[in-house]
Write a protein that binds this ligand. Structure first.
Ligand SMILES: NC(=O)c1ccc[n+]([C@@H]2O[C@H](COP(=O)([O-])OP(=O)(O)OC[C@H]3O[C@@H](n4cnc5c(N)ncnc54)[C@H](O)[C@@H]3O)[C@@H](O)[C@H]2O)c1
Length: 380
């Protein structure tokens, strides 16, 4: 017998859908789990739209005010899938109400807010996690296992990119439902909080703490019409950001993100170079981990491409899916995070990244933005 865990999701957009899919699929593929998510309530401001979403995905009820959702005694866990500026108020209220919280990334729009949220969940003692889902791509989790085994030796370099091209059009407005990412009031920042936060979370997880940063940002289109006011307004998000950093382990980091790399839609790549081994991963080929092992026999030495689909238990998560050689995709990372969250409830352990883990990423993001603004190195 599984124990129901009543979910209340706030937001029905991109992430509302990926998470709902995760809740619905998880027990089919992780039958050993003791908890079973129940799609109890979905919430958004438009009654018509949230009802349509609830009907499509099978939510039992709807709310049009997130405060009403949080007040419901039949909700165990609140899932925050709304623009970044709303995370703080909802998370703190949910913590005070004793709800478990699954919050989308970035945790908040700045460090003070993220700190307040972290203290709130810790004070309330509620289970919490932040959806930095790329940790749960099997090839990335596998990279973590290889790095933790020490096989890379001393680490020299870590580099990551997250490239898109969807805001090149100068006529694209800012703000409002679909375009809140271009409005600093809703998003907090541009590519730094939206895309580099993913790269930073993975980097800290794989390679340890970032100590200091030197960054540059650019806003290529200076003014855009605001969807809500209709007025041409200054654009205050960063369209592009690149930064250098030091890690606590002595290695050097190089990060770049932009929404102006024509031809790239969501190219997240990472590479780590150690004394004995290098690893490379690319979201467009997400089931593959590129490995260079200097310990290979000289004449045979070269980059190999490991298809991370073995189901014998050696490749993380893959024993839950199909047969070796058959890959999985983006949506599965959310199923994995739900599974790990439910497992953590059974075991009474934290589900990483917790709010406190995500606060660390927030600190790097704020240091990056401050460094770019002041044109100097910043300590994290
Ligand atoms: N983990 C990832 O890879 C990933 C990917 C995309 C987005 N995100 C994050 O997820 C969050 C949501 O992004 P999205 O792409 O799903 O956005 P979206 O624009 O697709 O959806 C946002 C949702 O929030 C709802 N909303 C807005 N204000 C609200 C309010 N006051 N009360 C209730 N609902 C409200 C909207 O109706 C909409 O359903 C953001 O924090 C974003 O950074 C994470």
């Amino acid at each position: 017998m599984t124990k129901p865990l009543n979910i209340g999701v706030i937001g029905y957009g991109f992430m509302g859908r990926t998470h709902s899919n995760g809740y619905k699929r998880v027990n089919d593929f992780f039958p050993e789990l003791k908890y079973r998510p129940v799609l109890k309530a979905a919430c958004a401001r438009s009654k018509e739209k949230i009802q349509e979403f609830a009907d499509q995905w099978g939510y039992e009820s709807i709310e049009t005010d997130w405060k009403a959702l949080i007040a419901r005694p039949d909700i165990d866990a609140v899932d925050i899938c709304v623009p970044n500026n709303l995370h703080k108020e909802i998370a703190i209220a949910a913590a005070k109400a004793g709800k478990m919280i699954l919050c989308e990334k970035p945790l908040a729009i700045n460090v003070p807010d993220a700190e307040e949220m972290t203290l709130a969940v810790e004070k309330a003692g509620v289970a919490n996690t932040v959806w930095y889902n790329y940790r749960r791509v099997p090839a990335v989790t596998f990279a973590k296992q290889i790095i933790d085994s020490g096989r890379l030796g001393r680490i020299f370099h870590y580099r990551a990119n997250f490239l898109q091209d969807w805001t090149i059009n100068a006529d694209l407005p800012q703000g409002g439902n679909a375009l809140w990412r271009l409005d600093a009031a809703a998003a907090g920042s541009g590519v730094t909080g939206d895309l580099l936060s993913h790269c930073i979370d993975t980097a800290i997880w794989l390679n340890g703490k970032v100590t200091d940063v030197s960054a540059m940002t650019e806003t290529f289109i200076k003014e855009r019409v605001h969807t809500e006011t209709g007025a041409r307004q200054k654009v205050t998000i960063d369209d592009a950001c690149a930064f250098l950093c030091h890690f606590e382990n002595g290695s050097l980091g190089l990060f770049e993100s932009t929404r102006y790399a024509r031809g790239h839609k969501a190219l997240y790549t990472l590479e780590i170079n150690g004394e004995k081994m290098s690893l490379r991963w690319d979201l467009h080929d997400l089931h593959r981990l590129e490995v260079f092992d200097y310990q290979d026999e000289g004449p045979l030495r070269g980059w190999r491409s490991v298809h991370v689909t073995d189901n014998s238990g050696e490749h993380p998560y893959m024993d839950k899916w199909w047969v070796p050689g058959l890959q999985i995709g983006y949506e599965h990372t959310f199923v994995h995070q739900v599974a790990d969250f439910l497992k953590s409830l059974e075991q009474g352990t934290p589900c990483s990244p917790t709010f406190r883990d995500a606060l660390e990423t927030e600190k790097v993001c704020d240091a990056v933005l401050a460094s770019a603004k002041e044109r100097c190195w910043k300590t994290v």
